[in-house]
Ligand binder design. Structure first.
Ligand code: FES
Length: 100
């Protein structure tokens, strides 16, 4: 659970880009707006295209639901800290990068 409140400015690193964003925003919306390197397709936790690795701040992301967990298990190939950018809400500072 993040101690940072919705609407606060937080720092988000996506690949090499360091962004100032508002907590509560969807990661995919942020990536699209800032034209970062995260790719996407369905936006509904079914294709797995938007998989990312969370390098820091996993505790500052919205919780994973069951549908996301199923897709993450398929695409992560056992790698830890994988999430789907289209399902994640940023609640505090974090550092993510596209799944290699
Ligand atoms: S864009 Fe398809 S799972 Fe996120």
């Amino acid at each position: 659970m993040s101690s940072e409140r919705s609407g606060q400015e937080v720092e988000l690193q996506v690949g090499d880009a360091v962004l100032k964003v508002r907590s509560g925003e969807m990661l995919m919306d942020i990536c699209e707006h800032h034209q970062t390197c995260v790719m996407f397709s369905c936006r509904s936790a079914s294709c797995g295209t938007c998989a990312i690795v969370v390098e820091q701040g996993m505790e500052n992301l919205s919780p994973m639901d069951g549908l996301e967990a199923i897709v993450v298990e398929e695409v992560s190939e056992g790698r830890p800290n994988v999430r789907l950018a289209c399902q994640v809400r940023i609640l505090g500072s974090a550092c993510v990068r596209p799944l290699p």
